[in-house]
Design a protein around this ligand. Structure first.
Ligand SMILES: [Cu+2]
Length: 214
């Protein structure tokens, strides 16, 4: 038995599982894709290394304490998965389906001003904070106004939306359908921060509908 190979294999498997776990916890779509691939690779490497380590030089003869350690690790892993599944957290988190949302008659524009990629620059998402009324002007368009070729994202801190990277001259549109305070940031430049406060105002929306009808 080659213990080094075995230990490295086990570490890779644990790191790979942890990475996949985090990726599926829905931190952010942009991060997830890279993390999933990397973790999958680690996991595959680890799985490939373990039998090599175990079986080198004939069948392994495991001592009592090692068997106990392996069993304990398996019990911990299984109970971790079972607990998160029962509590519906982590990868088992229930995703709130918002579904298709119609764009609103009025739209709000947030500009990602030139130089936003620079951490020394104070202004990035302009305006930094906006208030929108659901169904009235809750369609928000983020425009990447960078003069050099820099991609940004608009990523909710709680994982409710994520634009993915969009480059200079491109824009991204999202319609808010639920009340709430949405704090967002840019994945490549996490000092870029903005807030959308989405509010209900049924009277305003009703009067708008009336104007449209009349
Ligand atoms: Cu950015």
């Amino acid at each position: 038995m080659d213990e080094t190979l075995l230990v490295v294999g086990v570490i890779f498997v644990i790191l790979g599982l942890a990475g996949i776990y985090v990726a599926y916890s829905g931190v952010s779509d942009t991060l997830d894709n890279g993390l999933q691939q990397f973790s999958g690779l680690l996991l595959a490497l680890g799985i490939a290394m373990i039998p090599g380590g175990l079986l080198r030089g004939g069948l392994p003869q495991l001592s009592g304490p090692k068997i106990v350690a392996i069993l304990a690790t398996m019990v911990i892993l299984v109970s971790l998965v079972a607990t998160t599944a029962a509590l519906q957290i982590g990868p088992f988190k229930k995703v709130e389906e918002v579904g298709e949302v119609e764009e609103t008659p009025f739209k709000v524009i947030v500009r990602i001003v030139p130089g936003s990629f620079n951490p020394q620059q104070e202004e990035n998402y302009v305006p930094k904070q906006i208030r929108v009324i659901i169904g009235y002007n809750s369609t928000v368009i983020w425009i990447n106004d960078e003069e050099v070729d820099v991609a940004h994202t608009v990523t909710d801190e709680e994982g409710r939306f994520d634009s993915g990277l969009f480059g200079s001259g491109q824009n991204w549109t999202y319609t808010f359908a639920r009340e709430g305070v949405y704090r967002y940031f840019c994945i490549p430049h996490p000092w870029m921060r903005g807030v959308v406060i989405a509010e209900e105002n049924p009277e305003l929306v009703a009067s708008l509908r009336q104007q449209e009808a009349g």
